[in-house]
Design a protein around this ligand. Structure first.
Ligand SMILES: [Cu+2]
Length: 96
């Protein structure tokens, strides 16, 4: 019985790896020419699996994205905005 509980705990640990902490990155987004562009960019980022939050600023031409780095990568985020017609690059990234 004790052994079984141990196995359950081990599988729980595997299901939620320690490195699955939310990360955030600020992307510098190009091509945003009007106020509805950020909406398109935000929707494109929101479709990426693992993204929990995306805030796009038209004035600053940047997107602040919070994502689960076990599910997606910064490269996938950049691809998402680029595929939507707005190529982006990393302005600053940080892990929390
Ligand atoms: Cu626009």
């Amino acid at each position: 019985m004790k052994k079984m509980i141990g196995a359950v705990f081990a599988s729980l640990l595997l299901a939620t790896p320690a490195w699955a902490a939310p990360s955030s990155v600020t992307l510098s987004v190009t091509n945003m020419t009007c106020v509805t562009c950020p909406v398109t960019v935000r929707m494109a980022l929101g479709k990426v699996d693992g993204v929990s939050k995306a805030a796009v600023d038209f004035e600053k031409k940047e997107a602040v994205v919070t994502f689960d780095d076990a599910k997606t990568t910064v490269a996938a985020l950049i691809k998402a905005t680029t595929d939507a017609g707005y190529p982006s690059s990393v302005k600053r990234g940080q892990k929390r």
